[in-house]
Design a protein around this ligand. Structure first.
Ligand code: FAD
Length: 519
């Protein structure tokens, strides 16, 4: 069952194109969710900003594209803080991101089906989840009990409302004490990979189910109880209208606050004088002076291209040389003139035979998401269906550059394979397809310039989870970074929160008391 929640006020209107020139104090690079959030909060504090965006639209990875009457969504599935009460919800309200739209809170996270007929519906509620897992795998009861117990203890976790750098010592200790109850959990889980943790399970179906919840065996096992905790909170859901409406609402809030967008401006270089960032040069030859530069664009390009690798230390080298990024994705979107009543919103299919998605990567299971007309993404009587598959970014990016014809042919091959599998699970699907689209790692990379086409920045492995990545670079003044490259694990809430925290730091540096208002 799905709970639908109506929000109070509504946001409407369209985003204006390039606004007239002005001399901003702060230049923000990138109009993704981090850049938009940072811009909104600085504007709320009377600091004039300008966002330079290489694309012609705001949103970054949080985007959708229209095909006929289908809105293919490239991002949002579940949003933490979609409903009150939580720190993230307060932030979304300040950014005007959700107001007026329905939020769908699903009782189940997903359903998983195996070719031998086994299936399991994974409830978000932790008591029900424990019951279901133990029903399938009584032999793993002890492990399941511990997992659920630790997930429950993570449920009350809330992010700090202020960057730690701005907290007086006493305040830091007080905040630190709030995290004491979860220290034993962190110690138990953090340094173990999910793959290693799952080896302790005897039941292969439960092992597979738990793997699907986080998506990667290379992640720290701590991600598993944390994700279960977030999903169990009644504040996590899908926002009707999806990524497009979500990003546009924040972009409109930014403009109402007086912020200025400059689209089709790809920043090539950050100008530095006397170790202070003082402006940016774009590929079109324009130069924009700035009192402060904030990069909310790709981390690797910012540090090693825009700044030429001059402001790095051991910690930064460790990140960019040793740490793993989220795998790039292929997304297959299908617009289907048919409804599938009673089908779960998210379905994981374990395949009888692996499906190949590039020269080396194959999958023995994939996730299908179904959106009906209530999602705001398709018309009545139709369904939008999305499949996302991790793939090798090198293969797809090289192929597109070297051999566009083969690139298109490979896309079609993957599409055909996926449709054939789906048609068996949903008889009649193939002949009801009205629109389709295949986005590859080359697509995500081309539109957002994310390093290795990563869709969420750093993979939260034991190496990196819990690390505080600095919002500044060593030896460089009047410069900050925000976005999913400064918060391991990434995601929309982290990107927006980092933008908020950087705004707080800029206010502090200028002797201003930070304040926020509702959008
Ligand atoms: C398929 C998919 C599904 C996802 N699902 C979810 C989900 O359900 N829930 C969730 O919380 N998160 C999800 N995410 C992750 C989330 O979308 C990202 O973590 C988040 O949007 C990152 O925001 P950002 O602002 O840090 O970066 P980006 O979105 O990458 O924004 C960076 C911006 O900078 C611009 N830029 C880059 N270089 C330059 C330059 N040189 N000059 C000017 N501009 C530049 C880019 O064009 C872009 O607009 C998903 C992501 C994907 C791709």
């Amino acid at each position: 069952m799905t709970q639908v929640v109506e929000q109070s006020s509504s946001v409407s209107g369209t985003v204006r194109p390039n606004a007239p020139a002005s001399l901003p104090g702060v230049v923000i690079i990138g109009a993704g969710i981090a850049g938009l959030s940072c811009g909104c909060y600085l504007q709320m504090n009377g600091i004039q900003t300008e966002i330079l965006e290489s694309h012609e639209l705001p949103g970054g990875l949080c985007t959708s594209w229209k095909r006929g009457h289908y809105m293919f969504d490239g991002c949002l599935r579940w949003l933490t803080g979609a409903l009150p009460p939580s720190v993230f919800h307060e932030m979304w309200c300040e950014l005007g991101a959700i107001a007026g739209r329905k939020v769908f809170v699903h009782e189940d996270i997903f359903r998983i089906e195996a070719p031998d007929g086994r299936s399991l519906t994974v409830p978000a509620n932790l008591d029900k989840l424990a019951q279901e897992l133990k029903r399938v795998a009584p032999e793993d009861s002890r492990l399941i009990d511990r997992l659920i117990r630790d997930a429950r203890r993570c449920m009350s976790l809330e992010p700090l409302k202020k960057p730690i750098e701005l907290m007086p010592h006493r305040h830091r200790i007080r905040e630190g004490l709030k995290y004491l109850p979860i220290i034993p959990i962190v110690l138990r889980w953090k340094n173990l990979t999910l793959g290693k943790y799952l080896k302790s399970y005897q039941n292969d179906f439960v092992r597979k189910t738990l793997r699907v919840i986080t998506g990667s065996e290379e992640m720290s096992a701590l991600v598993l109880p944390m994700v279960l905790a977030f999903r169990a909170r009644a504040d996590t859901g899908f926002v009707a209208g999806g990524s497009w409406d979500f990003a546009m609402a924040i972009a409109e809030r930014y403009q109402r606050l007086g912020g200025v967008f400059r689209y089709n401006r790809k920043v090539k270089r950050i100008q530095v004088e006397n170790n202070r960032a003082c402006g940016v040069e774009c590929e079109d030859g324009t130069f924009t002076p700035a009192s402060t530069v904030i990069s909310c664009a790709d981390g690797h390009a910012t540090i090693f291209e825009m700044l030429g690798g001059r402001f790095v230390d051991k910690k930064i080298r460790f990140l960019y040389e040793k740490c793993q990024t989220f795998h790039a994705l292929i997304q297959i979107s299908l617009g289907i003139k048919k409804e599938f009543p009673g089908t779960p919103h998210t379905l994981n299919l374990i395949l009888p035979e692996p499906v190949l998605v590039d020269d080396q990567t194959s999958h023995d299971c994939f996730e299908v998401e179904l959106f009906d007309t209530h999602s705001g993404l398709c018309a009545p009587g139709t369904t939008l269906l999305t499949v996302r598959l991790p793939a090798r970014h090198e293969f797809w990016i090289d192929l597109r550059a070297r051999d566009p014809r083969r690139y298109r042919a490979e896309k079609k091959n993957v599409l055909r394979r996926i449709i054939a599998i789906l048609d068996k699970r949903f008889p009649g699907l193939a002949k009801s397809i009205e629109r389709f689209d295949v986005a590859t790692p080359a697509t995500f990379g081309r539109y957002t310039h994310n390093w290795r086409a990563s869709y969420e920045g750093w993979l939260p492995t034991p190496q990196i989870l819990g690390r505080r990545i600095s919002y500044t670079l060593p030896g460089l003044k009047d410069f900050y970074m925000a976005g999913h490259w400064v918060i391991p694990g990434g995601g929309l809430p982290s990107a927006a929160l980092s933008g908020r925290e950087v705004a707080q730091m800029v206010c502090a540096q200028r002797g201003k008391t930070f304040s926020s208002s509702l959008g």
